[in-house]
Design a protein around this ligand. Structure first.
Ligand SMILES: Nc1ncnc2c1ncn2[C@@H]1O[C@H](COP(=O)(O)OP(=O)(O)OP(=O)(O)O)[C@@H](O)[C@H]1O
Ligand SMILES: [Mg+2]
Length: 211
């Protein structure tokens, strides 16, 4: 089974855009287990639009929470109890891209964070990281959090303009494979995204088994 968890060093760094490109390039499915915030376009809708994924390749969210906040808080406001133990990726033969919310230590409940769920799943994680200022610290912290929970790390996907030294030191100190770098795209369209993904990420590397 080819499955990836896409997480990031922070919220708003481009996980959904990257997930749309990856799901499109792999001709796979997309699943956002917990969506917080329903007023603007949801992540599933963005992936459908940017990845040109037909509706059947977007799996329904397990939790749809109204408030754009940490899931533990959004759930409380909606009087919903999240049961992290019950979150289970659907089994399927086709590639599946799963997007977390925010970063690894975002709480789902008062006692569990997203990383606890990823540790149980043991699905290879792709860490999306900005190339800009502050990213070295955030990326190395996220890698520590993954490794301290024995979560398999597939690699880092950079998002932003080329910063060669930043990318080098993260790969070296984080002992992590760099999958590629998605530049900021203007305009960001389904066509420009898929082309940029193909130009910057060898699709074959996602099809290799983990080292
Ligand atoms: N490569 C890119 N080129 C241009 N714009 C981008 C790119 N990546 C992300 N963006 C823009 O940055 C914003 C945040 O991106 P995105 O929604 O993918 O972040 P996220 O990490 O999924 O956030 P969240 O934690 O809320 O799920 C969006 O407006 C998106 O269009
Ligand atoms: Mg997102």
């Amino acid at each position: 089974m080819m499955r990836f968890v896409v997480t990031g060093t922070d919220t708003g760094i481009g996980k959904t855009v990257f997930s749309a490109a990856l799901a499109a390039a792999l001709e796979g499915y997309y699943w956002k287990p917990v969506q917080s915030g329903l007023e603007d376009e949801t992540d599933s809708q963005t992936v459908s639009r940017l990845g040109c994924l037909p509706p059947e390749r977007i799996l329904p969210e397990a939790y749809r929470l109204r408030t754009p906040a940490s899931p533990h808080m959004a759930a409380r406001l909606d009087h919903v109890a999240i049961t992290p133990e019950a979150l289970e990726p659907p089994a399927m033969d086709a590639p599946l891209v799963i997007e977390g919310a925010g970063g690894l230590l975002v709480p789902l409940t008062d006692s569990q964070v997203f990383a606890d769920v990823f540790a149980r799943w043991q699905i290879p994680v792709i860490l999306c990281a900005r190339t800009g200022l502050g990213t070295i610290n955030h990326t190395l912290l996220s890698l520590e959090a993954l490794r301290s929970r024995c979560i398999p790390v597939f690699g880092v996907a950079f998002i932003g303009e080329e910063q060669a030294e930043t990318q080098r030191i993260i790969a070296a100190m984080g002992q992590v494979r760099v999958l590629g770098r998605l530049p900021r795209l203007d305009p960001l369209t389904p066509e420009s995204l898929l082309q940029a993904f193909r130009d910057h990420f060898p699709v074959s590397s996602f099809k290799e088994r983990m080292a």
